[in-house]
Design a protein around this ligand. Structure first.
Ligand code: ADP
Length: 624
């Protein structure tokens, strides 16, 4: 009944960024209702894991507080019964006095305990937030790289980052309120049933439409929110473009402001319209629910009248009955509201759990054999790979051999597959078909963590880590046995020592000018740092992807010399367009549209007069 008309609300055709998430579509109302107790249990376990003491205190305080609510409620009916009984007023007051004191005590105790519960909850909240955030990051850093090419992964991650922490807090709150409501309901139900057994079922029936409306509303909110996560993520991307330091210069230089703002406005209006449509539907559902419930309540009073009229209920308890019905009504409303609250937040929390589960499924392989000592005798056969979003293979049947101590160059036009090949060789992506062996052992059998330990990658799009210059080089190798000497050597070899010299606090300068005391480097200076990072890693296999693109001629020459020296003891895979630097490679593989077009040493390739010779002569001519 709830998901039938979702498509109309979500209107997937109009928004190219609408999330088409399979996991979302599969939530039926009953499935969710069945999952609710499990999710509640999970939340309580989540709390228990961060603090047993606080969780126990919270549940106990909340439960006992509600027991006092129930006691107060029962005492109230007792007072009313005595006040409405026959006899002189002072007598009746005296008879009601003990129950009145009980009410007073219950109110005081309940108030104190509720306050204690609020305090404990505010203690639990930051602990849960911390735990959820850490777990999320443990999970995002443990998934296979290919997950980051998947929009469902990003959309769910976006929702989880936005909502999960709050959802857990609110779900916990909802659960406690539900628990409290349940206890009150038992007390009120008892009173009503004693008055007349038909009253409680009738009231439950009367409030059923409100309950239906609130669950439907919760479901609508979630569905629309989930479907909008692609668009919301896009809005966030656009916000970053307009509010972050990186693109700020280009936004101005290319006068992109109007374009970006227009894109943002269009999408924001779309998201807003979708939300407004949802709000309208929610309002309609709620009005229907309320109207039906109001009619139901009317029926309850009608039945009460009939019971009184027929003498099934003594007139003396009519007042008590009216008060009891009103109390029951507000308790039931509270329960319905808590259910709504719990239900909606359980949907968001479910997202979080689903994300963790999906991330676990896609986690990087751990375990396996140690990489053999000849980690750099690499053999790849028939490698084929298509990116999840790609429509043609980035690699198509690639064979490559790398012997220990060799310099292997990968050359080819942009987009020919060089970087992809390097990523597959270093175990960052798994090929769709084909094999890579290290020292004769298939890559799929080798422990990835240990393998990566033996590889240093100087990536083309390396990260500008917002840490100190020193940390930018030593990052990932904090336990280097001779860190000081190694840092000095790596920095000198890459020309990073000259960069340090110009920084206000030398190697300890923070490389992020958006923080106080932070500095920025030029593109070439950054590249020297990145090269130093690769050299400092001191791994038997060095993969350099365009290591000198941003370097000045002198530094470039020095770096290639360093790489050649480095290669005397190690294996180097070098991707570069500077063919003059490739001449010295032991073997050159020329990639073309994901295939190896030709391979061999410089001389052989020149004499073949193929693609390589053409590129080389073009570059050589440019220098003449
Ligand atoms: P090269 O390093 O030779 O310039 P790449 O290996 O980076 O080429 O890219 C090969 C092909 O794969 C290109 O067509 C590129 O558009 C595509 N590609 C690269 N990375 C991705 C990605 N993450 N998702 C989808 N396609 C990609």
């Amino acid at each position: 009944m709830i998901s039938d008309d979702q498509d109309e609300v979500i209107d997937k055709s109009a928004d190219p960024w609408t999330a088409h998430d399979e996991t979302m579509a599969s939530i039926g109302f009953w499935a969710m209702a069945r999952q609710l107790p499990v999710l509640i249990g999970q939340v309580l376990r989540e709390c228990w894991a961060v603090s047993k003491r606080d969780t126990a205190a919270l549940v106990l305080c909340s439960l006992i507080a509600e027991v006092f609510t129930a006691v107060g409620l029962l005492a109230t009916t007792n007072v009313l019964e005595r006040l409405f009984a026959g006899g002189p007023t002072p007598e009746r007051l005296r008879a009601a006095a003990p129950a009145l004191f009980l009410i007073l005590a219950a109110v005081v105790l309940r108030g104190t305990l509720r306050q204690a519960a609020v305090w404990v909850r505010s203690r639990l909240d930051p602990q849960i937030r911390r735990s959820l955030r850490v777990r999320l990051l443990e999970s995002t850093t443990g998934v296979r790289l290919s997950a980051f090419d998947d929009d469902v992964f990003h959309n769910t991650l976006h929702r989880v980052r936005e909502r999960a922490q709050h959802a857990v807090r609110l779900l916990l709150e909802g659960t406690l309120r539900l628990l409290a409501g349940g206890i009150s309901l038992i007390a009120v139900g008892g009173v009503l049933t004693v008055l007349h057994p038909v009253l409680l079922p009738l009231m439950l029936l009367a409030l059923a439409p409100t309950w239906w409306a609130s669950v439907r509303t919760a479901h609508l909110s979630y569905e629309v929110y989930a479907a909008s996560s692609g668009a919301e993520r896009r809005l966030e991307t656009l916000t970053t473009l307009m509010a972050d330091r990186g693109p700020a210069g280009e936004v101005r230089a290319y006068t992109m402001r109007d374009f970006l703002l227009r894109e943002f406005r269009q999408l924001a209006v779309h998201v807003q319209d979708r939300t407004l449509r949802m709000e309208r539907r929610q309002a309609v559902s709620q009005s229907i629910g309320e109207a039906l419930s109001a009619a139901g309540v009317g029926v309850v009073y009608l039945v009460l009248g009939v019971l009184l009229f027929a003498g099934a209920l003594p007139l003396a308890v009519a007042g008590t009955a009216v008060v009891a019905i009103q109390t029951a009504m507000s308790t039931l409303r509270g329960v319905v509201e808590s259910l709504h609250w719990t239900y909606e937040n359980a949907l968001y929390y479910r997202d979080y759990l689903n994300f963790l589960a999906a991330a676990h499924e896609r986690r990087e392989r751990r375990g396996g054999v140690r990489p053999p000592p000849e980690v750099d005798r690499i053999r790849a056969r028939g490698l084929t790979f298509t990116y999840p979003s790609g429509d043609r293979p980035a690699l198509n049947g690639v064979d490559i051999d790398i012997e220990p101590g060799e310099i292997i160059a990968l050359v080819g036009e942009n987009g020919s597959g060089k970087t992809t090949l390097a990523k597959i060789l270093s175990g960052l992506y798994e090929p769709d078909s084909g094999t890579v062996t290290y020292g004769g052992v298939p890559l799929t059998d080798i422990d990835l963590e240990l393998l990566r330990d033996r590889i240093a990658v100087i990536a083309q799009n390396f990260t500008h880590w917002p840490f100190s210059a020193r940390q930018n080089i030593t990052i990932g190798r904090a336990d280097h046995p001779q860190s000081a000497t190694a840092l000095k050597q790596a920095a000198a070899a890459a020309g990073a020592d000259e960069v340090f010299a110009e920084l206000p606090k030398g190697a300890d300068t923070l490389l992020d000018p958006t923080y106080a005391g932070g500095s920025e480097l030029s593109g070439g200076q950054w590249q020297r740092i990145a090269v130093a990072r690769g050299l400092y890693r001191d791994a038997p296999l060095l993969i350099c992807d365009e290591p000198t693109a941003a370097l000045d001629a002198r530094t470039e020459h020095a770096i290639f010399e360093t790489i050649r020296r480095h290669a005397a003891q190690r294996t180097v895979v070098l991707i570069t367009h500077r063919l003059a630097s490739v001449r010295y490679a032991d073997r050159i593989y020329v990639l073309d549209h994901g295939r190896i077009a030709e391979h061999g040493a410089h001389r052989e390739l020149m004499s073949r007069n193929g693609i390589y010779a053409e590129f080389y002569n073009l570059q050589a001519r440019a220098y003449e």
